[in-house]
Write a protein that binds this ligand. Structure first.
Ligand SMILES: *Cc1c(COP(=O)(O)O)cnc(C)c1O
Length: 419
């Protein structure tokens, strides 16, 4: 049993993994939060490191046998510090949501006030949204975007901060197509004595690759996932520049919230950070943005209503109301055509979150496959053809044809990490 391959031990799961691999190879993945990790990152993830318990931090563990794990975690931490230019990094959070919870535990008591972007405007659940523990256990106040511009209203942020005196302010989000103004948030946080947390989960790869301004020097703490634009395994990191905050964050992650770190993930994060420090990662980050802008331009030219009118980063949020269709039926039809997106609430959406007006699309995955602006224009045309046909109620032929064309394209751009 011990030496047998997955295929012989559990052909059912092995077959499903192969099917998912094929699906990922054959679709144009436009989910803004996803990517394709390299074969090297995948390899590190599937290793015996998963067998080891390592509660604590390098040099201060609660279990013996850390001769190797301590080295791996130290390398991951040093690479994070050097890539992002911070003094401290914690690579142990299991994922982005627990990383953000650790920030609350480090700086707030239950009932304290947090100011974050509202979920319908592009914020994350963990920034104080009502259904999240962060909205139930803390007093959350939310900012949004201006209706006319679709951009964050910094005057509103400041007014809310002065009125509610939050202990913690979150900036960053999951559906923000524009540059985050970290210095402006920092000024407001300083004015009201709040801790500023920059959640760069979506844009970490752009920050690392120099395609988005860095929050370093502005935010007190930085949280990020490692699996979105950064192109690492599913995981997260917390970073800080002050010693005081670093200690508070470390204690909050362990023993505050977590037990043993996922060492196989830590190793894969180290590999991803090494890859992100190479010159070609800068080119990737720049291309992600160029691709998003080419796709945005194509879609806008075809009458799509883009929130904020375009994009500065890797994602596009669009309101399909002018196309006469909701986000959900559009996303489902696009998926059947091999174009994978997600339906998404748009600011001031009159529809319900489970059946909203918009879809969100992003370019990290297609860029990792090597696609460029010409392919983005083609993808924009396909999106338009499918959405227009579905809105008219007669899409079967179009979906079938687009799916065949999508297959021709994906065959020309093999995805990293897939066999
Ligand atoms: C994705 C994301 C998270 C949460 O990450 P999970 O790993 O899914 O828990 C947190 N904040 C932002 C802004 C995100 O986009």
């Amino acid at each position: 049993m011990a030496g047998n391959s997955l295929n012989s031990v559990d052909p059912e799961i092995a077959g499903l993994i192969t099917a998912e691999e094929r699906r990922q190879a054959d679709t144009v993945k436009l989910i803004a939060s996803e990517n394709y990790v390299s074969r090297a990152v995948l390899e590190a993830t599937g290793t015996v490191l998963t067998n080891k318990y390592s509660e604590g931090y390098a040099g201060k563990r609660y279990y013996e046998g850390q001769q190797v794990i301590d080295q791996i975690e130290t390398i991951a931490v040093e690479r994070a510090k050097s890539l992002f230019g911070v003094n401290h990094a914690n690579v142990q959070p299991y994922s982005g949501s627990p990383a953000n919870l650790a920030i609350y535990l480090a700086f707030l008591n239950p009932g304290d006030t947090v100011l974050g972007m509202g979920l319908p405007f592009g914020g994350h659940l963990t920034h104080g949204w009502s259904v999240s523990a962060t909205g139930k256990w803390f007093n959350s106040v939310r900012y949004g975007v201006r209706k006319e511009t679709g951009r964050i209203d910094m005057d509103e942020v400041r007014a809310l901060a002065l009125e509610h005196r939050p202990k913690l302010i979150f900036c960053g989000g999951t559906a923000i197509p524009r540059t985050i103004d970290f210095p402006a948030f920092a000024e407001i946080a300083r004015e009201v004595g709040a801790v500023l947390a920059a959640d760069i989960a979506h844009i970490a790869g752009l920050v690392a690759g120099g395609a988005h301004p860095s929050p370093v020097g502005h935010a007190d703490v930085i949280s990020t996932t490692t699996h979105k634009t950064l192109r690492g395994p599913r995981g997260a990191m917390l970073m800080a520049t002050s010693d005081e905050h670093a200690t508070a964050l470390n204690k909050a992650v362990f023993p505050g919230l977590q037990g043993g770190p996922h060492n196989h993930t830590t190793a894969a994060i180290a590999v991803a950070l090494h890859e992100a420090a190479q010159p070609d990662f800068k080119a990737y980050a720049a291309q992600v943005v160029k691709n998003a802008q080419a796709l945005a331009d194509e879609l806008a030219g075809r009458g799509f209503d883009l929130v904020s009118g375009g994009t500065d980063n890797h994602l596009i949020l669009m309101d399909l109301t002018p196309k006469g269709i909701g986000g959900k039926p559009a996303a489902k039809a696009l998926d059947r055509a091999g174009l994978e997106t997600n339906y998404n609430t748009v600011p001031f959406d009159p529809r319900k979150p489970f059946d909203p007006s918009g879809i969100r699309i992003g370019t990290p995955s297609v860029t990792s496959r090597g696609m460029g602006e010409a392919e983005m224009r083609q993808i924009g045309a396909w999106i338009d053809e499918v959405v227009t046909a579905v809105a008219k109620g007669d899409a079967e032929d179009v979906i079938g044809r687009v799916h065949r064309e999508v297959s021709d394209l994906t065959a020309q751009f093999p995805a990293p990490g897939l066999s």
